[in-house]
Design a protein around this ligand. Sequence first.
Ligand code: NDP
Length: 394
Amino acid sequence: MSVLQIGAGGVGGVVAHKLAMNAGVFGEITLASKTLSKCEEIAKSVLEKTGIKITCKSVNADHVEELIALINEVKPKVVINVALPYQDLSIMQACLRTKTHYLDTANYEHPESAKFEYKEQWAFHEAYKEAGIFALLGSGFDPGVTNVFCAYAQKHYFDEIHSIDILDCNAGDHGYAFATNFNPEINLREVSSKGRYWENGEWIETEAMEIMQVWDYPEIGKRDSYLLYHEELESLVKHIKGLKRIRFFMTFSANYLNHMRCLQNVGMLRIDEVEHNGEKIIPIQFLKTLLPDPASLAGRTIGKTNIGCYIKGIKEGKEKTIYIYNVCDHQECYKEVNSQAISYTTGVPAMIGAKLIMEGKWGGRGVFNMEELDPDVFMEELNTQGLPWKVLEL
Ligand code: NDP
């Protein structure tokens, strides 16, 4: 019995600790990433905190043949992809060729266009089905737990769901003038893109940060929240019956937005190559070099996150509204696994998805999004693995 994790960044650190804390289910744990020393650093902390030894390997996950060789060596039941969205297709390809189950936390993005969609990953469905293997897409928090919250609400609280607002509030303070909570390139590409939501069967596009609404978050309070496009919207419109509208909101401080607009205005968020002193550089990648490493925010971030789904619909002929959510404390995450809450809330669900695959509780033939599986077992795991949730009936 064994598991292979690819990616040793902020999220990867959490996944490795959580795999080790559930070593009875996962057996041998192998952690592979581009830079071996980053894997070894995580392995050291895992050993100190849990007494579990994990094996480290280096791999370039852009190369399918290299991945196949690694999978054949480790022989994992499931590959957990917590590298970057750019590697999704090559890792899915390697899993297909070796008939190994696959899991990730973010959908494929092409490095040259800030466009993220499931099309190319869903295109693996028939091949995975034929090979008899299972791919679980988006097993982080959002996407991930938010999809499971919707499936749980559909199963236990509603006959019909009419509207969903996914709310993502980070009230953490890291004390820097500007930093991103996860990979800056992925984060800034997402936030500076146009907004989009779905209503009455149509996608409606907005300018970036055009729609702002103040939401009142339990245990945090009122916060300015901005409408963004987020990838779980694409699968949820397919799978939640009777849905009329779905939107996604994320909180940003005025300070964060001022910095982002300024960086955008001077061209630092560009994702195309520019010539600089005779060398070609991509401005957003250079910016990533300058900004604090998200993993380094861990020890210094205080405050909480609140991420949940505000859902309206009908039960037994009556209108009903619920808010189903988790609150996570940055410092508690640091104490447990040396991480801040953004990486923690992504890494724990990635481990849970993999655990359910290992135990045979979640599975199937083909490529699946989270809301297509039975939410109850996942919801139980959230309560015991560090992400307890609540339902408010409003
Ligand atoms: P980081 O940038 O901190 O880590 C990425 C890791 O992937 C690094 O260890 C990096 O190695 C490794 N990597 C990059 N390219 C390759 C490659 N070609 N081959 C092998 N390894 C590679 O990112 P995060 O940990 O913050 O995020 C990880 C994933 O989680 C991302 O896909 C992100 O989008 C997703 N995410 C999902 C969320 C959700 O709720 N669903 C929320 C937050 C993040 P090196 O450092 O050596 O380059």
